[in-house]
Design a protein around this ligand. Sequence first.
Ligand SMILES: C[S@@+](CC[C@H](N)C(=O)[O-])C[C@H]1O[C@@H](n2cnc3c(N)ncnc32)[C@H](O)[C@@H]1O
Ligand code: SF4
Ligand code: SF4
Length: 467
Amino acid sequence: MELLTDVTVFKHRLWGFEYADRMEEWFNGLKQAPIRIDAELHTRCNLNCRMCGRRDSNYEKLTEEQRKNIELSAKKWIKIAEESGKMGVRTWNISGLCEPLVKPEVLFPTMKMIKAYNMFGELTTNGSLWNENFVKDTVEMGWNSVCISIDSADPKIHNYLRGAEGVFKKATRTLKMFSDLKKKFEVELPVLTINVVLNKLNYQKLDEIIDMCYNLGGDAVFVEPIVIFGKEGEELKMSEKEIDKFQNHLKEVKEKSENYGIVLDVTAVAPGKAFSGEKRFDESLIRKTGNIKDLLISEAKNYSDRILSIPCYYPWFFLMIRGDGNIIHCGEWKEKEENIRNKNLGEVWFGETFSNIRESFTRGDLSDFCERCRPNVIEDTRIVRKSIMEFRNIDFLRRKYIEFLEENKRVKQELYRLKREGIENGRCVNCIYKKEIEKFKNSLTFKTFSKFWNTPIEKKLKKVLNV
Ligand SMILES: C[S@@+](CC[C@H](N)C(=O)[O-])C[C@H]1O[C@@H](n2cnc3c(N)ncnc32)[C@H](O)[C@@H]1O
Ligand code: SF4
Ligand code: SF4
């Protein structure tokens, strides 16, 4: 039996449909909420990591007085979360250039409101400021995903990268507190991911991070190549030779993660050189090193349809709220921004600034800043376009939907069977699918899969497909 285990593929499938649906609705005159909100709750951090983009921002230079003046209050964040739930936002990602736990009085009530509207909640943290109560609160509210940044299984390297002694111990302790409590409460959420910033000091020992993840009870390892900000980041950059070596190491790492049932996701690297295990950029991207804007525009020009010919879909789906209340659709955008301090979410999202951006993108124009766009946007754009085309193809949709139903049924049956006959202490024994089932149960796919049911998109699909 083949189980659906590839998280990335599944997410793309699911979100692909959601994107396609929302784009069609927008162009039918029905304004849509963003799908995802990225939230930087404030401007503060207790660390000063060598590679972090904070070093490239003015956050470190702000006085306490200035911070107080620009940061949004807990009340405002809760209101934004509530409004977003009512509008139809699907997912929140709390991260940004800060450590969310520096302000628990803002973080936890906001998270609770996000969950009150049953949105998918993800949070990224350096793991150094958690206590048992915070962990318990997070587990009890059914928060979906906690990503703890641990860049090496060697405490010395992690502490060096993070610029402080003892951080490794605290971060690993937090991960263990989460997995222990999940076991105690017999719950599957939150999914626990170790986030790794890939660099010169850790690329050869990713296998040790997989061991560590398994030993601490984590579910997934997410590896993102270092984005260079400043001199310290430059020193951590991998050479071409090191990137090649990493490619080989990755095979071993993948095998290990599969054996443990740990989901491994490695993001592709900057244009010019790709080293993801799954994804490789095509020749056109490699030749156009550094100028993603041109590539996005030239791909869009292959289509005459008004939706398919849009070079970037971010202003229709994403919203980023910065620590100073500034609000925009993508981190690279440096043109006119709105501020949400004295407005509500709807006023900003449907307001003049965003409408103008959407209009200009619909004409096929992008900003000069888009030259600095991230390579994964190319892939995102292709996925949205492909999904729109698929979504318009009823036969294709019908087939996919029935496949989904069958697959879900098979998985459920298998899990029930295991429950009946083969489970000891929550783990299946003597089972030929043991590895796959474990992997699947621990994967984001499983959670995302279950989230798919009873959603407006499912109802719509059923209606369209007459199933
Ligand atoms: C900026 S941090 C904010 C959340 C939290 N303070 C933390 O460190 O996890 C968000 C994520 O970006 C990662 N990160 C930091 N600097 C990076 C860089 N130069 N390139 C890629 N990822 C980076 C962090 O490790 C973390 O997983
Ligand atoms: S803890 Fe996170 S936000 Fe703070 S400096 Fe490190 S990477 Fe940046
Ligand atoms: S920088 Fe990239 S993601 Fe942002 S608006 Fe431009 S093309 Fe879109």
